[in-house]
Design a protein around this ligand. Sequence first.
Ligand code: CDP
Ligand code: CDP
Length: 210
Amino acid sequence: MSAPVIAVDGPAAAGKGTLARRLAAHLGLPYLDTGLLYRATGRRVLDAGADPRDPGVAEEAARTLRPTDLERPDLRGPEADAAASAVATQPGVRAALLQWQRDFGRTHGAVLDGRDIGTVVFPDAPIKLFITASPEERARRRHLELTARGNTADPAQVLAELRARDEQDAARAVAPMKPADDAVLIDTTTLDADAAFARAVEVVRGKIET
Ligand code: CDP
Ligand code: CDP
């Protein structure tokens, strides 16, 4: 197999990024966290004083996004989560970000994590993983991350926001979050990051050898 594209999709805090980054390092492939594109777009809309649901402003923000926008320090946290998910419902935003993602993976192969990599961005990817975990476990992880960064957060509110974002991501008309028909599901509810990585390596090996 020539340098492959590996699609890693799934809901918030399932462990996609941790797994995808590690898989990329292991296989010597570039890695792209596609959520950052939506987060940075959402931030630019907030900077402009606009509502992330405003399609005109959001599409312009996505079309004029620069690589340095992905390095902003304010792309995590509840406000950025909600803005990202709101701009991500808009077809114009998704169209503007599609080419960026395809260009990244096309030439040298890559590991990309997001919501629609295996269904829309690279539907022909030879390896697709859909990473999931129970909402309670994912909220526990997100809450831990928030408190580790020194934020105070109410666990019940973290769970409610995570569920609302999952719902919006799965229900939108364009590129909704769902496993591709040929994706391999990995449920990490009872797997730590090492065990999830070991399982993913097993899947990748199986695909490369067949
Ligand atoms: O890290 P977490 O899973 O919480 O979120 P993320 O992957 O950074 O994505 C933030 C938001 O961007 C998601 O809630 C989606 O609404 C959107 N997104 C998307 O629509 N498609 C992608 N390929 C990646 C992210
Ligand atoms: O990218 P996504 O939002 O799906 O999740 P992440 O940022 O990779 O992981 C969220 C948190 O869960 C991190 O603090 C990880 O250390 C932890 N975790 C994991 O990534 N994988 C597991 N199997 C268990 C926990």
